[in-house]
Design a protein around this ligand. Structure first.
Ligand SMILES: *[C@@H]1O[C@H](CO)[C@@H](O)[C@H](O)[C@H]1NC(C)=O
Length: 238
């Protein structure tokens, strides 16, 4: 009886709590993500070496002893609770120093998330031009809507919108990869989350394959007027 339980606790967190970011072999992929939500950067090389350089331009350093970063057995990199300060270039190379894959990741700050509900008439952020040397456009690039959180009855669904900056005639970039540590005081530089009502039919195959979990519930203390709640295995990406 112990073995299946042990397997369950080992395999589910990686399957359910994290999203996998992929990029083609020898490619460089740029991506905006939300801080505080676990991700795995794929690199299929068991002896992979991962280097990181932040947007502040310091020399790349080997990622071997950063507390919230772990190399998985297949070579991919697992980031638990990544922080905005971990925005930068993640470079994966093989044992012969040849590039396997690179990711330029912008971990946009979850604590300044701009949340709106469509059904309540709340408006997402508007496009805005900023003057940073030249004129640049700040806008939100929306992800597709995620699945409805209920089926067969009214529910809600959400989508994420990342902060992007575009120079005239240039390809848009995630805001903090564009800014590279430059200090700007604009309240438009935020990531968005939009919510709307949905009604989705039930797909029984899908529903019955979802695991469920039981957790203890503790009453909130009278003395704490501010508390950080974490939902185990939850992720903003689904
Ligand atoms: C905001 O800017 C983006 C990027 O240029 C563009 O695709 C979008 O249509 C703009 N939205 C509005 C409302 O002008």
């Amino acid at each position: 009886m112990l073995t299946p339980l042990w397997l369950l606790s080992l395999s589910l967190p990686t399957l359910w709590a994290e999203i996998l970011i992929r990029c083609s072999y020898k490619g460089l992929c740029q991506q905006a993500l939300v801080s505080g939500n676990d991700v795995v950067l794929q690199c299929d090389h068991p002896k992979a070496l991962w280097y990181f350089s932040s947007i502040l331009g310091e020399d790349p350093f080997l990622l071997s002893s950063v507390p919230n970063i772990k190399k998985l057995p297949g070579g991919s990199l697992q980031l638990t609770n990544p922080q905005p300060s971990q925005t930068g270039l993640y470079h994966c190379q093989d044992s012969g120093n040849a590039l396997v894959v690179e990711y330029e990741i912008d971990f946009q700050d979850v604590s300044t998330l701009h949340v709106t509900h469509r059904g309540l008439g709340q408006k997402p952020l508007q496009n805005e031009t900023l003057s940073l040397g030249g004129r640049v456009l700040v806008f939100t690039r929306w992800e597709p809507w995620q699945d409805c959180n209920r089926c067969g009855e009214p529910g809600e669904r959400k989508r994420l919108g990342y902060c992007y900056i575009e120079e005239p005639q240039e390809k848009a970039m995630p805001c903090w990869l564009y800014l590279r540590g430059e200090k700007t005081h604009s309240s438009r530089l935020r990531t968005e989350l939009q919510v709307e009502a949905c009604l989705a039919p039930c797909d029984h195959v899908k529903e019955t394959n979802q695991p469920y979990f039981i957790f203890d519930i503790y009453p909130l203390g009278k003395l704490t007027n501010n508390m950080w709640l974490t939902c185990p295995l939850a992720s903003i990406y689904r």
